[in-house]
Design a protein around this ligand. Sequence first.
Ligand code: NAP
Length: 319
Amino acid sequence: MSDDTQYDVIVIGAGPGGLAAGMYAARAKLKSLVMEKGLPGGQINNTGLIEDYPGFTSIDARELAQKMEEHARHFGTEIRTLETTGVKKIGDIFQVETTAGAFTARTVILATGGSPIYLGCPGEAEFQKKGVSYCAICDGPLPLFRNKPMVVVGGGDSAVEEGMFLTKYASKVYLVHRRDELRASRILQDRLRENPKIELHLDSVVEKVGGSDQVEWVQIKNLKTQKVGKFDAGALFIFIGFTPNSHIVKDLVKKDEKGYILTNQNMMTSVPGLFAIGDVRRQLTRQITNAVGDGTTAAVAAEKFIHGRLQAWEQSVVG
Ligand code: NAP
């Protein structure tokens, strides 16, 4: 392969999983390209401090992203700013289409992540990284928010589970849900109601979030009484759903009903040679450590696949 549009591995997405995959692919001497339409680092760029990545009790999210990018480049992975528009398989070769033309590869690793669903209230965009968050595990334990009241929006399992998790750090958690009953499972609801640090506000919506430099208050409105209330709060956590970015392979691979890509334990999708890692695939948790582990597995599996060393059982798709 000498053409500069032909690769052994193309990784789509330069979040932690994509960068780990690129790094491992390059170490395996595969000609590899990581495509990213925005900033390398993916969703961690939406966070401030990271305290749950082994080896760093606390690290600035951008710094971690830069270290991962440098590490991948160090071993020879190319990282380019390219927006992918589609992936096709023609014979044994993948064609990856971008806004700057087509590239080909023997294997593709999809690391396109996902996006939290935004609430769209005034102040939400302005206070992202300043108290508005979509990840309790990442941001809840931060010293900046500790022992302050926190507001959680949503009525599903995520909101209830994350709300309970946040009670370890918050002085109080206000859980705000738009209907008169929660969607979360019964057992989680029972636990929630037994937790003295959670105050439930049903039939209510968050209208605004604000403060000076950081979140200082959250305004809610009761839809039945029209009464407006304002909580002093250090953080607003929004858990109203998450969408996997799987549209570029929409007709190619098997997905679940929510659009998460199904893979086997080696990250192989229903299409041989096409792998999916991190938040875009169906799995239990959505942490940086998971994505990095997935990226490692996919790169190793891609190398074996290219050299015809993946066993049949390693290729079968579960689910
Ligand atoms: P979800 O079940 O889709 O719930 C989203 C919640 O956000 C719903 O209560 C919904 O209200 C509310 N919502 C949606 N749009 C809104 C808006 N614009 N404004 C205000 N509220 C809005 O999402 P999830 O909680 O993230 O759960 C996703 C899946 O993962 C589920 O299948 C869940 O069971 C699973 N999960 C499981 C666990 C567990 O088992 N431990 C933990 C987390 C997640 P409505 O109820 O009115 O629609």
